[in-house]
Write a protein that binds this ligand. Structure first.
Ligand code: CAA
Length: 383
């Protein structure tokens, strides 16, 4: 069980932190205000290999471990939670299903350019009637000769429009529930595949989120991922790993807010002394630091289990739920420490406050995380 990160992991953290401080921080407020995706930043991250952190070198990745990947998401999110989720959605959701379930041909064709950072990936599961109930998927894929014909709509898709490849879930056999769902690799640009407008979100506004629309899209048979009917299990196992990324994102946002508030508390004087020297604020800072440390242990230990090919679904759900719930408390305390100054646009704590909320919602609401955790503890249960 992990108690300390390695020198290599910390050296990698230092590199990502420096990049985030110099290349992202100066842009973060503008990206947020303009609801703008940082194309150039993502291109540079790709060139440095970070879009393939945990994948083997033979598939174009960096060949680093899962903790290093969590550290990358954490450090980007410490400055801009939107950039953090761009990486998380690409690595965990857009690339991992191909790594885990793809044929050698699919890995060479799709995973390698994703891991090399030449292409961006996304994951299309959520629909209007299939949010928490992911098994309620209504998008259909009907086999017609050498192609499946894909019809339907996906909502709230991270990296939509910016990504080149999409893992899309659709019903291939109706009326048999989750066993009738299959997964496909779908390319941007195919006839009938269109995007909705980018949502005007509350936070993580530097990430692109939009709807996917499929209107008689011809998907070659060889782009089926796994076997027909494997889709739900592919989605669920992908989300097990994705939740480590979201936990790391929540941790990073909270860390950024904490450091900012700590710095402010060491400068701001009231009643003749620094506010950090006043017990009310000092105790808040102590609680925030403790929550961060506990969250970090949960996130890295889930990542370590995944790295070691041990079961990690429950631990990933715990990390995601705990780090994001604590994250909300921490950004709230950070803004409280700033007082009125933190409520003003342009202050990073104001942005962190808005960015943190989504982590309790996406990749499974925190209520769904409890369903997952409880299922591991007491077996599948009625909800
Ligand atoms: N790994 C592999 N298989 C799994 C699994 C897992 N983690 N979890 C479930 N399964 C299998 C079960 O074993 C079962 O198989 P059998 O029928 O063969 O026994 C099958 O899947 C169905 O399982 P359940 O009956 O438990 O499924 P359910 O319909 O009751 O749903 C759920 C379970 C946990 C609630 C699931 O629907 C869920 O995770 N919902 C949340 C969806 C979610 O997280 N969406 C996020 C969208 S992506 C996103 O948010 C990205 C972003 O923006 C960045």
């Amino acid at each position: 069980m992990l108690l300390k990160t390695t020198e290599e992991q910390e050296a990698f953290r230092a590199k990502v932190r420096e990049f985030a401080e110099t290349e992202i921080k100066p842009l973060a407020f503008t990206l947020d205000q303009e609801n703008r995706f940082p194309d150039e930043v993502v291109r540079k991250m790709g060139k440095m290999g970070w879009l393939g952190v945990p994948y083997p070198k033979k598939y174009g990745g960096m060949g680093l471990d899962m903790i290093s990947y969590a550290i990358a998401v954490e450090e980007l999110s410490r400055v801009d939670g939107g950039v953090g989720v761009v990486l998380s959605a690409h690595v965990s959701l857009g690339s991992w299903p191909i790594f885990a379930y793809g044929t050698e041909e699919q890995k060479q064709k799709y995973l390698a350019p994703l891991a090399r950072g030449e292409k961006l990936g996304a994951f299309g599961l959520t629909e209007v009637n299939a949010g928490s109930d992911a098994g309620g998927t209504e998008t259909t894929a009907v086999l017609d000769g050498d192609h499946y014909i894909l019809n339907g709509e996906k909502i709230f898709i991270t990296n939509a429009g910016k990504a080149d490849t999409y893992i899309v879930f659709a019903v291939t056999t109706p009326d048999i529930g989750t066993h009738g769902i299959s997964a496909f690799i779908v390319e941007k640009g195919w006839a009938g595949f269109e995007f909705g407008d980018h949502y005007d979100k509350m936070g993580i506004r530097s990430s692109a989120t939009a709807e996917l629309m499929f209107n008689d899209v011809k998907v070659p048979k060889e782009n089926l991922l796994g076997k027909e009917g494997d889709g739900f299990k592919i989605a669920m196992s992908t989300l097990d790993g994705g939740r480590i990324g979201i936990a790391a994102q929540a941790l990073g946002i909270a860390q950024g807010a904490f450091e900012s508030a700590l710095g402010y508390s060491k400068e701001r004087e009231q009643f003749g002394k620094l506010i950090c020297q006043q017990q009310n604020i000092a105790f808040k800072l102590a609680d925030m630091a403790t929550k961060l440390r506990a969250s970090r242990f949960l996130v890295y230990s889930a990542a370590e289990l995944k790295q070691n090919h041990e079961p990690y679904g429950m631990e990933a759900a715990m990390a995601k739920q705990y780090a994001s719930d604590c994250g909300l408390e921490i950004v709230n305390d950070a803004l409280q420490i700033y007082g009125g100054s933190g409520y003003i646009k342009g202050m990073d704590v104001e942005r962190f406050y808005r960015d943190a909320k989504i982590c309790t919602i996406y990749e499974g609401t925190n209520e769904i995380q409890k369903v997952v955790i409880a299922s591991h503890i007491i077996g599948r249960m009625a909800r």
